[in-house]
Design a protein around this ligand. Structure first.
Ligand SMILES: Cc1cc2nc3c(=O)[nH]c(=O)nc-3n(C[C@H](O)[C@H](O)[C@H](O)COP(=O)(O)OP(=O)(O)OC[C@H]3O[C@@H](n4cnc5c(N)ncnc54)[C@H](O)[C@@H]3O)c2cc1C
Length: 460
């Protein structure tokens, strides 16, 4: 199966057009705050900071254009979910604090929607549920365990539900579906429309975004770029999956690849066969899980593992992905929805997301150096980056608030191993996940032990 277009950043820009570049940094500059990276994290930080203190001088420096990274390429799940280990956060905090963090995360969905309404940003936002389908017994056990865990951590009863096979099938005609875990109160977005609207809103507030400006070094009070130096007492590193490219941060967050394909628009007759009337965010409970959405104009995106990790933390070239990845994603789509087997694939692309050594997201500001950061969202950055923006605002303004007391703030995590250990670890993990998925699909009645070995190798 071929895709008509491969790369060119992402389909989301084929939908709206790639933007013209904003002007680069004109030379040396002084600011109160310099933000490196114009994705959701950098933009939300600038947005909330400038709103809180209009006199503050903020400069954003961006290597390509606002939304070039994962923020303009993702699956459009504005999820507010909690995708990290609650137990790991519990080690350095309290149960109440972890529950507060969970609540703050799902509060991001309404907050993002409120800002888009206030700022007139049209990002095809649609409130919907997230449905995780299970197509074999071990997947069903894991999906149920996830539901039980959410209950045990006091997720409000009206936000979670477990569906029988028949009820799941009534929503989306997934082949072989055995049951599904539903998280309510989420939303679908067109990611590039969101990041474009947000960058325009930030600019309207008087924050310059210097594009085509590559940061080559960050140190206390100083950001070095190919266009000049920005001196600022506060510097925010908002480069998530690209962070390893900034000297001194090579082993901080692993750049994990994720890729997607998108079908041609689906006919009404085919939608009648498939269902999916609620436009749910659709995922599965496989170890190498997938994520899908039904887009505004009636296409299906299917995302999942691309080439999982490139040696030496390298990233892709403008979103181009491997032919093998396109074929694997197509196979997942047809396995879950055989009705789609004759649909054309119009576009394929990939991007990088940031993974910390313990797979738990962090945000923080070092008072000694004035250097702050947020990210390592492990694939949940559309919603979490909004909480990052508000949290970094409070940290920069030295406010002690409910947000700055959450357990992800200023959390220190160990670094990834040097190469070749890093490459070997991540590749073994994905091989083992693949083998575990195959065994479970072939009829194993419990979760494959290979998956547990994979988790142990990488600390997942
Ligand atoms: C394919 C894919 C699907 C995903 N799906 C979802 C999803 O459905 N839901 C979800 O919640 N999350 C998803 N994620 C994750 C989410 O998109 C990211 O976590 C989030 O967008 C990160 O935002 P960010 O601003 O921190 O980083 P980015 O959006 O990656 O922005 C970083 C910016 O920094 C710039 N930059 C990099 N290096 C430099 C430098 N040296 N100098 C200057 N600028 C630099 C980049 O050009 C980029 O614009 C997905 C990610 C990918 C890749």
């Amino acid at each position: 199966m071929d895709a008509k277009v491969n790369g060119n950043v992402s389909f989301w820009y084929a939908d709206i057009g790639l933007p013209a570049f904003r002007a680069p940094l004109p030379g040396d500059l002084e600011a109160d705050v310099c933000i490196v990276g114009a994705g959701y994290t950098g933009l939300w930080t600038a947005y909330y900071l400038k709103k809180a203190d209009p006199s503050i001088r903020i400069a954003i420096v961006e290597k390509e254009f606002a939304g070039f990274g994962a923020s303009g390429r993702n699956g459009g799940w504005l999820s507010g979910g909690f995708g990290w280990s609650r137990e790991k956060y519990l080690k350095t905090s309290t149960r109440g604090a972890v529950i507060d963090m969970q609540r703050a995360m799902y509060g991001t969905v309404e907050e993002v929607i409120a800002v888009t309404e206030a700022e007139g940003i049209d990002a095809d936002i649609l409130r919907t549920d997230n449905i995780t389908v299970a197509t074999n017994k071990p997947q069903l056990d894991r999906a149920r365990a996830e539901y039980e865990e959410a209950k045990a951590w006091e997720m409000p009863a009206d936000r979670i539900e477990f569906l029988s096979a028949a009820d799941a099938r009534a929503r989306i005609a997934i082949h072989n579906v055995q049951g599904a875990y539903v998280l309510r109160g989420m939303a679908r977005v067109q990611p590039a429309k969101l990041v474009r609207g947000l960058s325009d809103a930030v600019e309207r507030l008087g924050v310059p975004i210097y594009e085509q400006t590559t940061v080559t070094g960050i140190e206390k009070g100083k950001v070095t770029t190919n266009r000049g130096t920005v001196r600022a007492p506060i510097i925010i590193r908002a480069t998530e999956g690209f962070t390893a490219g900034i000297p001194g941060n090579e082993r901080l967050w692993l750049p994990l690849n994720s890729a997607q394909i998108i079908t041609e628009p689906v006919s009404d007759a085919l939608w009648d066969e498939i269902g999916w009337k609620g436009h749910e965010l659709l995922g599965d409970a496989a170890h190498a899980y997938c994520y899908a959405q039904r887009t505004r104009e009636g296409r299906i995106t299917m995302g999942g593992r691309g080439v999982p990790y490139r040696y030496g933390s390298q990233t892709d070239v403008r979103g181009q992905t491997q032919q093998l990845t396109i074929e694997k994603l197509h196979a997942i789509l047809v396995r879950l929805l055989p009705q789609t087997k004759n649909l054309r694939i119009d576009h394929a692309w990939c991007g990088v997301l940031g993974v910390p050594r313990d797979w738990c997201t962090t945000a923080g500001l070092d008072p000694e150096t004035g250097i702050g950061w947020a990210g390592g969202y492990v694939g949940l950055g559309v919603s979490s980056s909004n909480l990052s923006g508000r949290t970094l605002r409070d940290l920069i303004l030295r406010r002690d608030t409910e947000l700055t007391r959450l357990p992800w703030v200023n959390r220190q995590v160990s670094k990834w191993e040097p190469e070749p250990m890093r490459w070997l670890g991540v590749h073994s993990m994905y091989q083992l996940y693949r083998m575990a998925d195959e065994r479970e699909e072939a009829g194993l009645d419990h979760t494959s032990k290979l998956a547990a070995i994979a988790d142990r190798i990488t600390g997942h």
